[in-house]
Design a binder for this molecule. Sequence first.
Ligand code: NAP
Length: 316
Amino acid sequence: MRNNEVRLNSGYTMPVFGFGTYSAENDRETTEKAVQMALQMGYRHFDTAKIYGSEPWLGNALRKAISKGVIEREDIFVTSKLWSSDHTDPLSALNQTLLRLGMEYVDLYLVHWPVGLKKWANYPVPNEEDFDEEFDMEATWRGMEKCLQMGLCKSIGVSNFSTAKILSLLNFATVPPAVNQVEMHPMWRQRKLREVCGEHRIHVSAYSPLGGHGNAWGTTAVLDNPIIQSIAFKHNATPAQVALKWGLSKGSSVIVKSFNSRRLKENIGAMDLDLHDQDLLDIEKMEERKVMRGEFLANGTSSPYRNIMELWDDEI
Ligand code: NAP
């Protein structure tokens, strides 16, 4: 295992530095170009989801690189996610994902959210009437386990699961989740979730590791924070590098999105940054803003994050 990888409880390794592909402005050309640049810079872990719309473009760029001999399929790690309107049939959903990616398997398949949506709610910002109150997580997880048995994915996991939801899943899971991908950055440190997941050998992967600015729910508060900025200044690094290295220092992988060549390079450069113990202590003292998505909802936007207070019941 290389030092830029983590071993999952499934036995497979995952590169700790992930390339995110969610962007409201996603288009084919920009996404494919960014994936090509990322590959050249050493990114090997690619994160997508049905609902991002980026699966075909990511798949296309990766397949091109494979056919040109730039990389081999075994050298890259591809994650995709089961959208909440497909919870009754993960197997068909994953088969569709594989068709869009043009791949025979994904390395990791995640349940995107612990909420169910009606069949028709095939869009990222559902309405109140789209929520399926009958959602049965146990049946969904059986479907995820079936995907694994069929060899359509190498590992299975979840996303946006609170500690209460992880513990409940472990009560009936034959195969425990390998990963829980959640929002995590210096202003939402997920201390309790990391502790509980650690006890059960579930790897916590950090999405929006810079605070997700540019997204409707995101914020520049992380990168603008004076503590992050002063640590960056001290190390001749950037605030983004400090935020990313903080996530890595907690044993998490980080899934960061940039389609810009300068920032792609800057971000992966975080691997070489050495944060001091005092830097980590200073970050621990930072004010947390873990209800950012709650604030976003309070502004009246309906979304799967609707019941965020319940999702993160044990975190707030
Ligand atoms: P993020 O990576 O924290 O932030 C992305 C934003 O930061 C973009 O606007 C990007 O713009 C900018 N950026 C990137 N590098 C920067 C740098 N060095 N300095 C300043 N700004 C920088 O947030 P995210 O996009 O929300 O999350 C990353 C990935 O996680 C997503 O793409 C997706 O794959 C995954 N995700 C998963 C979930 C889930 O529910 N499981 C939810 C959200 C996200 P440029 O592109 O212009 O550089």
